[in-house]
Design a protein around this ligand. Structure first.
Ligand code: GLV
Length: 328
């Protein structure tokens, strides 16, 4: 019997690739950093039963139209805003994703950005390298306290909860805003639910972890930054599209807020000459929230398992569009 063909759009951990190769013919775009060119993707999906993708590919109607044999799309990510899930659903194609396995690693990185911006870690490291360190100075590189401060978490899903758990270790007061209240988290972590306005006005750290959707597009913009405290530090480890980056730039330049830690951007990669990157109080990272060796391996293997289940017509472990199974 002819084996299914799978398009793997990027070099992935060997363990995951071996799982797929054991069951399918693989077209691998074997690059660590360069995304598969659009024309190659469109050409390769023409006879493919599966697509193994990641956050940097756009899997839209055109891709689905070009892939008449497609049985499954599997992304090595918890976010799937790069995939037109409703197009997949229309065609009965399940979309796999990888929640759970990256929660703690992404919460670690979120906290790392929070610490780095509060205590000016990157500025301090540059200061030494650039030979600027003359002596201990009472006012040199003074930052904000993390211990005992108020953290406001927008989007209290798995990762938001894991960030809140870390915040308890720093004696932080925890506020959150979410689509629905989480009474068990409120009780366990002493977190208080509040409106977005109250959170923005009261928090020393505003941490954005909402998933990207049409409703969250640029949900943090000029009005929201103007509500924040002048000492507020804004952290985004969700999606760049959730923030109006020009408004963020203006808020930082006008000292409306104190600093920002960003792992995600509206355009990725962000241009090296982007105005945000010219500001010393911005710590910017290249979308590495889940990037530990162990976690990326777990994500890759889980995405491979989702893919193989889809090829075999079985339910995926995690499906972004479980409604595809309703009619079966
Ligand atoms: C990364 O951003 C992910 O969604 O896993």
């Amino acid at each position: 019997m002819k084996r299914d063909k799978v398009v793997v759009t990027r070099r992935i951990p060997g363990q995951a690739l071996e799982l797929i190769e054991a069951k399918a013919e693989v077209y691998l775009w074997d690059s660590e950093e360069v995304p598969i060119p659009r024309h190659v993707l469109l050409e390769q999906v023409a006879d493919a039963s599966g697509i193994y993708t990641n956050v940097s590919d756009k899997i839209d109607k055109e891709v689905f139209d070009n892939a008449p044999l497609l049985k499954v799309v599997s992304t090595m990510a918890v976010g799937f805003d790069n995939i037109d899930v409703s197009e997949a659903t229309k065609r009965g194609i399940p979309v796999g994703y990888t929640p759970g396995v990256l929660t703690e690693t992404t919460a670690d990185l979120t906290f790392a950005l929070l610490m780095a911006t509060a205590r000016r870690i990157v500025e301090g490291a540059d200061y030494i390298r650039q030979g600027k360190w003359k002596s201990w100075g009472p006012m040199v590189l003074t930052g904000q306290d993390v211990y005992g401060a108020t953290i406001g978490i927008i989007g209290l899903g798995r990762i938001g909860e894991a960030v809140a758990r870390r915040a308890t270790g720093f004696g932080m007061k925890i506020l959150y805003h979410n689509r629905h209240r989480r009474p068990e988290v409120e009780e366990r972590l002493n977190a208080r639910y509040c409106s977005l306005e109250e959170l923005l006005q009261a928090s020393d750290f505003v941490v954005l972890l909402a998933p990207s959707s049409p409703e969250t597009y640029r949900m943090i913009g000029e009005r929201e930054f103007s509500l924040m405290k002048p000492n507020a530090i804004f952290i985004n480890t969700s999606r760049g599209r959730n923030v109006d980056e020009s408004a963020l730039y203006r808020a930082l330049c006008d000292n409306k807020i104190w600093a920002a830690g960003l792992d995600v951007f509206e355009e990725e990669p962000i241009a090296a000459d982007h105005p945000l990157l010219s500001l010393p109080n911005v710590v910017a990272l290249p979308h590495i929230g889940s990037a530990s060796i162990a976690t990326r391996t777990k994500m890759a293997v889980l995405a491979a398992e989702n893919l193989l289940a889809g090829l075999q017509g079985q339910k995926l472990k995690h499906t972004a569009n479980p409604e595809v199974y309703d009619s079966v």
